[in-house]
Ligand binder design. Structure first.
Ligand code: CTP
Length: 319
């Protein structure tokens, strides 16, 4: 059994609290939250039995040669060719090698961030992780701007940059990446078939514009390893969301992990509507079984960890 032993009753009781609403959701007031360092160390040790973020955060150049054929991680019958461009963008060594931080922020994309005023606090962390190339400039007061590590599902090219149909979409994209300087851009390119064109376009733009961003492409085993870890803790998650993947990876190199923008519910605790994303109008079927993710279950898990001092979840305003 996993050390955390998320019993069914723990999950169910947090379920009730969330459904009932009310500010009793968190056992501690934000000021009373305290890190439980021995639990942090224990979780890190346990996760290390399944994956090593330093290694699994990205494949490296020596893992492949151009022309190699690999099977998609979640779609084994389909294959992908490692192109010359992709190969040239694989890092020589892990971009997270020997990197350790006192405090890290993992920023999810929930609309709960709007009017939170959390920007300054987020930017004060030593290392800031963001998801899916979420825009920051227009929302700086609530989300901050520092981005040391940012993920990009291939579908972002279509969703946020019009599949580069217009020159202006391309320019907007190149501008966004150039703002990242030499931060890590993490592209899950080997998960499922469908995004390979997008990944190739992105790679070509990075090379053509000589962008400094440090590309990383998660290892073929990462998602299975992450799922395995949570399964042993009785959290049955078929496809961990980007946010949960980031928390799991961050346990390797951060002593204190603060989560913002995690709120996979259509309403806040006072019954006011909350946007799915803080920056677009995407609608999401939070509770649908058709969705590959189980964000509400993930949230409850993170909430249990918050109450035990393993991480800090912020879902309200930052003062
Ligand atoms: N998130 C959340 N509540 C929301 C939206 C997002 O908790 N209302 C968290 C999730 O952990 C999510 C992360 O923020 O993974 C980033 O959001 P998004 O870009 O939507 O995540 P993906 O998991 O990549 O979603 P999808 O596969 O649908 O693109």
């Amino acid at each position: 059994d996993g050390v955390l032993s998320f019993s069914r009753s723990m999950i169910n009781s947090s379920d009730k609290i969330i459904r009932k609403g009310g500010s009793s959701i968190f056992q501690h007031r934000a000021e009373d939250w305290k890190i439980n360092s021995s639990l942090v160390v224990e979780i890190r040790k346990n996760i290390l039995q399944f994956l090593d973020a330093e290694r699994d955060v990205s494949v490296v150049k020596s893992s492949f040669k151009p022309g190699d054929v690999i099977h998609y991680v979640l779609d084994r019958r389909r294959t992908l060719n490692i192109s010359q461009d992709l190969h040239s963008l694989l890092p020589e060594v892990s971009p997270m090698k020997n990197r350790r931080f006192k405090t890290c922020a993992v920023v999810g994309n929930s609309g709960v961030l709007l009017k939170s005023g959390c920007g300054k606090e987020i930017d004060s962390h030593d290392f800031v992780i963001r998801c899916n190339l979420a825009p920051v400039m227009e929302y700086a007061a609530d989300v901050g701007t520092k981005s040391d590590f940012i993920t990009m599902n291939p579908s972002v090219v279509q969703r946020a940059f019009g599949s580069f149909r217009n020159e202006s979409d391309k320019e907007k994209f190149v501008h966004r990446l150039s703002m990242l300087n030499d931060s890590v851009l993490w592209i899950p390119a080997f998960m499922v078939k469908g995004g390979e064109k997008h990944v190739e376009w992105v790679n070509a733009l990075i090379l053509k514009n000589k962008l400094k961003v440090r590309t990383a492409y998660p290892s073929l085993r990462l998602i299975h390893a992450v799922r395995g870890y949570w399964l042993t803790n009785k959290v049955h998650i078929k496809r961990p969301s980007t946010g949960l993947l980031m928390y799991t990876l961050a346990t390797r190199f951060c002593d204190e992990i603060h989560l913002y923008g995690f709120w996979p519910f259509p309403k806040d605790l006072h019954g006011k509507p909350v946007k799915y994303h803080y920056y677009d109008d995407l609608k999401y079927r939070y509770f649908s079984n058709a969705s590959p993710h189980r964000m509400p279950l993930e949230f409850k898990t993170l909430y249990v960890l918050h109450n035990r001092g393993a991480l800090k979840l912020t879902t309200g305003k930052c003062i």
